[in-house]
Design a protein around this ligand. Sequence first.
Ligand code: AMP
Ligand code: ZN
Length: 467
Amino acid sequence: MELYNTLGQKKQEFVPYEPGKVRMYTCGPTVYHYAHIGNLRTYIMEDVLEKYLRFSGYDVKRVMNITDVGHLSSDADTGEDKMLAGAKREHKTVLEIAKFYTDAFFADCAKLNIKTPDVVEPATNCIDDFINMVSVLLEKGYAYQAGGNVYFDTSKLDSYYVFGNQTEEDLAIGVRDSVEEDENKRNKADFVLWFTKSKFEDQELKWHSPWGYGYPGWHIECSAISIKHLGEHLDIHCGGIDNAFPHHTNEIAQSEAFLGHKWCNYWFHVLHLNDARGKMSKSKGDFLTVSLLEQKGYNPLVYRMFCLQSHYRKPLTFSYDSLDNTAKAYDKLIKKIATLDNDAEVDKEQAQLYIDKFKEAMDNDLNTSLGLTAVYDVLKANINGATKRYVLSEYDKVLSLDLLSGEKQQNTESSTADAEIDALIEKRTQARKNKDWATADAIRDQLKALHIVVEDTPNGIKWRYEN
Ligand code: AMP
Ligand code: ZN
């Protein structure tokens, strides 16, 4: 499989560190608000990547953190903690906010058929691991204490801007934009590993450390959690493109300084979802959520399909018009699949040809839009219905669009109908017991109109459709 690697900025053949195994890490949500559909674009595409790797036969272990401490409103280590801001906004404690929005995040993921990673680790569970990592970085001379905080010293690295698309000037602009410059830093790019001198005194969650009572920086959590669960060699690290700098750049700096060797081989970044006003962002406040789409009558899987229609490395613009088009296409697709015959044998040889076509699309840097085209090609193909169903169910292990749900729906519709008939018969039995002949006769006529024959049997009342 070829994947675009931000490290090196080109498509590369994916070769895991250990044959057959993939260790995959995902930056999880900062749980101070609902995830917006932009965040979820990233998680949908990462989910497709994970599932496709499994589909290709890899044994995948995927880990995700939950950022419940340390994420400041500015990546330049200044501003208020996002979690604390969320707690103030809702008059709750930080832990209450974290619990509420973590649950909300996974509820959204479930609606979008996003699988929960094998390990989900809140940052506040791993304070000892962060302290250990910071201690080693200090011992090795990669970190220094200043003004009560511990900083990573970027001047100790051979190369800091590893993704190649950032320069000192870019960073300088970032620093100028921020309200205050941190005078404790020896170099502009240095970043905080452990805070004690908070700019805001009311930080709710603090822990004892060798450097004082405080809390971890945001970047350290992903390095420490990844190394804790996935070891010293990571195959793929995922996230939205905004995380490439400074978050991932800093993760690489501190992880490699800590380990003493290269850490992660492939960096998978999903481009942003924008709306008419630009990048969708949590801090802007009014943003689109899965619940909002549901309230407007959209099946969340329509949004999943909307994401799959575009390549993850292209920015995607959201509009209701385009979502409406996807909704129509989705509806038509599910209905079409539900009409496929299922009375023949699956032709495994033919099926393999179509599975190979799908793999060809997905092996090419996860080309999901061609993956969807493969779905339509199967429907048009000159193969029997059972084979089509089989191939589509294989594709759906990766696409997770519930492609065969039309049939399920029909079954549920008929079981609802069955339950209604059972209820009518029960009502008629009760009416007869109560000698309420008018009701009993009315129900008998109703059942007759539905072509239902009711029979008294030793095992109770049974009914069947009249032939
Ligand atoms: P956060 O909860 O802010 O930490 O972000 C969670 C994930 O969503 C990260 O991987 C971000 O890079 C990603 N993300 C943030 N905004 C967007 C967006 N507009 N489109 C796609 N991904 C995004
Ligand atoms: Zn991260």
